[in-house]
Design a protein around this ligand. Structure first.
Ligand code: 5AD
Ligand code: SF4
Ligand code: FES
Length: 361
């Protein structure tokens, strides 16, 4: 049977049936996929792993996604927002330790105050680092004006996961109202690209009712949208969410993990020069999850810089790693892990998506 997989891996462009077949590969077959992905990674992006210091600015969120632990409807979540000082200190740590960039992530909110605070933080980070620290934002859907203000302040990358590219499934996992509209999310992705951001998206893997067919569509979605960066990982249930009731219908966690590794590897084969993150959710299932992702195609890691006392509160899903550690511990830990995975850390470099530079021309 591995002949079929070999033949697919030699094709120039993978089509949907190929993707489904690769996603359903056996243990022996997936080794071939992983090997091919590693070769492509080496050839097109090299073995450098770039850091994006993660600052979880706030777990306040105006949305109520059925899968997420910090959804507005979860009254058990203890809400916080970092002060300006706390954010700047975390960003300074990143700069002093030669992390090329930071990511500011929070629940989705609109409102003048919020928009202004982010704009101010972006400007201040740019200022103290003499423009050296790259800034990625991950703050949900926003208006064109907001995206523009943040871009003008100095943010140059934006992460907005589509979560699931099948609109029917999207609507099953979200309340049906206009703040949870699939088309609005697409529009935001489009606006970000228009405004000149490097655009990242991603999906969750192993969601209830999701099939290999859907995951193949997710990969095709990323290719068709010519995306620059991707962060994706396994869906992990959280007790305080409506989707917890489907926990018995999920595939086992280890299967979700393997499926996620396959998604990373196949995407690397399809989109050779993009940036792909080794996500934290991978490590929530397998202690070596991020290293394994790096070996099969990922080239970005987001060391957590959120001050320790807030980490427990930014709990999107169960078993999130690094909640008891601080920035220094995660830095040391990751250094060792990346070296074990045969990677080299791109200290002091932005590590922009090569794809972005190429597609701009
Ligand atoms: N399991 C895995 N990932 C999740 N996210 C939210 N909830 C979960 C969950 N239960 C992811 C979403 C979101 C990102 C910030 O976290 O993909 O975009
Ligand atoms: Fe809010 Fe994002 Fe969680 Fe949805 S996934 S509830 S938008 S933080
Ligand atoms: Fe945070 Fe290992 S990266 S403890």
């Amino acid at each position: 049977m591995s002949e079929t997989v070999k033949r697919i891996l030699n094709k120039k462009e993978l089509e949907k049936p190929d993707l489904i077949r690769l996603l359903q590969s056996s243990e022996d077959e997936r080794k071939l996929i992983f090997k091919k992905a590693a070769e492509i990674k080496e050839k097109f992006v090299g073995n450098k792993v770039y850091y994006r210091g993660l600052i979880e600015f706030s777990n306040l969120c105006g949305k109520n996604c059925f899968y997420c632990g910090i959804r507005s409807g979860n009254k058990n979540a203890h809400r916080y927002e970092l002060s300006e000082d706390e954010v700047l200190q975390a960003a300074k740590y990143a700069w002093e330790n030669s992390f090329g960039s930071v990511v500011i992530q929070a629940g989705e909110r609109s409102g003048k105050n919020f928009v202004g605070r982010i704009e101010n933080l972006v400007r201040k980070i740019k200022e103290f680092s003499n423009g050296e620290l790259g800034i990625t934002l991950s703050l949900g859907e926003q208006t064109e004006e907001t995206f523009r203000r943040w871009f003008d302040a100095g943010a140059h990358r934006y992460l907005l996961r589509i979560e699931v590219s099948n609109p029917d499934l999207y609507h099953r996992y979200h309340p049906s109202n206009k703040t949870h509209d699939y088309n609005a999310r697409l529009r935001s992705l489009y606006l970000l690209r228009q405004l000149g951001y490097q655009v990242g998206t991603g999906v969750m893997i192993g969601l209830p009712f999701q099939t290999p067919d859907d995951l193949a569509d997710d990969l095709i979605f990323m290719r068709e949208h010519d995306i620059d960066m991707v962060g994706m990982g396994p869906y992990i249930e959280h007790v305080d969410t409506p989707m917890y009731k489907y926990r018995d219908q999920l595939i086992p966690k280890i299967e979700r993990f393997i499926l996620s590794l396959k998604m990373v590897a196949i995407l690397r084969i399809m989109m050779k020069d993009i940036n792909i993150a080794a996500t934290t959710a991978m490590q929530a299932i397998d202690p070596m999850g991020r290293e394994k992702s790096i070996k099969v195609g990922a080239n970005i890691i987001m060391p957590n810089l959120t001050p320790s006392r807030y980490r427990e509160d930014y709990l999107l899903y169960e078993d999130k790693p690094c909640t008891d550690e601080d920035a220094e511990e995660c830095k040391r830990c990751l250094e060792a892990r990346i070296h074990m995975a045969g990677g080299e850390i791109g200290y002091g470099e932005w590590g922009d998506s090569k794809h972005f530079r190429r597609r701009k021309k």
